[in-house]
Design a protein around this ligand. Structure first.
Ligand SMILES: Cc1ncc(COP(=O)(O)OP(=O)(O)O)c(N)n1
Ligand SMILES: Cc1nc(C(=O)O)sc1CCOP(=O)(O)O
Ligand SMILES: [Mg+2]
Length: 221
């Protein structure tokens, strides 16, 4: 089995929607269906935080969301939980610096799964790449209320630093990204953006997702 081609992955990362049941104001299945209709390019199931589902309920919701992704050609990524990723045979997993190391995950999942790693410094980015990461998540770019333990806001400086120091692998910005502030993230060198609340909490989810697709297309990445 082969690792996913980086250029293909760059395309898939353009509008990367992340969501769990606690982020939704209506049924999660409906939220994802509407986001998919708007053209999201990748999805991460992040069932995390106060009131989140566990055990069978978590697995069942994951299954239902995965079905929607597969029916629409959208890769389905699991956040943090390697056992859930394996149980669902997800397309990949995203881990942070406090989660299972990417090296162990790569050894466990093999080459044909997507592994994303959060990086907050050049050293973390280098280590993630050495460990087999396919892409990096860099944030928080702007203030966010979707992650209780978010690090200090860094603006687009870390994305610029990583690119200036020669990091070329696919990279997304995350944290507080909206239709109004997305452009600088792309100008700084991100291939795409990761969004929870601006899409999951939108009045019109489909139109908002479509708006992100349009704004990312303007950047020419
Ligand atoms: C695309 C993407 N980037 C960063 C994160 C954050 O991961 P992590 O630091 O492990 O924090 P949690 O999401 O697990 O709270 C992400 N999930 N996705
Ligand atoms: C899951 C996550 N990770 C972050 C990081 O900085 O690594 S910020 C964040 C929350 C993103 O949600 P919203 O789009 O609602 O701000
Ligand atoms: Mg994590």
């Amino acid at each position: 089995m082969q690792r996913m081609n980086s250029e293909h992955l760059r395309d898939l990362l353009k509008v990367y929607f992340i969501m769990g049941s606690v982020n939704c104001r209506k049924a999660p299945v409906k939220v994802l269906q509407e986001a998919v209709a708007g053209g999201i390019t990748m999805f991460q199931f992040r069932e995390k935080g106060t009131g989140s589902l566990s055990d069978e309920a978590r697995l069942n919701l994951g299954r239902r969301l995965q079905k929607i992704c597969h029916a629409n050609g959208v890769p389905f990524i699991v956040n943090d939980d390697i056992d859930l990723a394996i149980a669902l045979d997800a397309d990949g997993i995203h881990v942070g610096q406090e989660d299972t190391p990417a090296l162990a995950i790569r050894q466990l999942l093999g080459e044909n799964k997507i592994i994303g790693v959060s990086a907050h410094s050049f050293a973390e980015a280098q280590q993630a790449i050495a460990d087999g990461a396919d892409y990096l998540g860099v944030g928080p770019i702007y203030p966010t209320s979707s992650k209780e333990d978010a690090k200090a806001v860094q603006g687009t400086a870390m994305i610029e630093e990583l690119r200036n120091k020669g990091i070329t692998i696919p990279l997304v910005g995350i944290g507080g990204i909206t239709l109004q502030n997305v452009a600088p993230v792309l100008t700084a060198g991100a291939d795409g953006i990761s969004v929870i609340s601006a899409i999951a909490g939108a009045e019109d989810i489909t139109t908002t997702a479509r708006g992100f697709v349009y704004k990312v297309s303007l950047s020419g990445t």
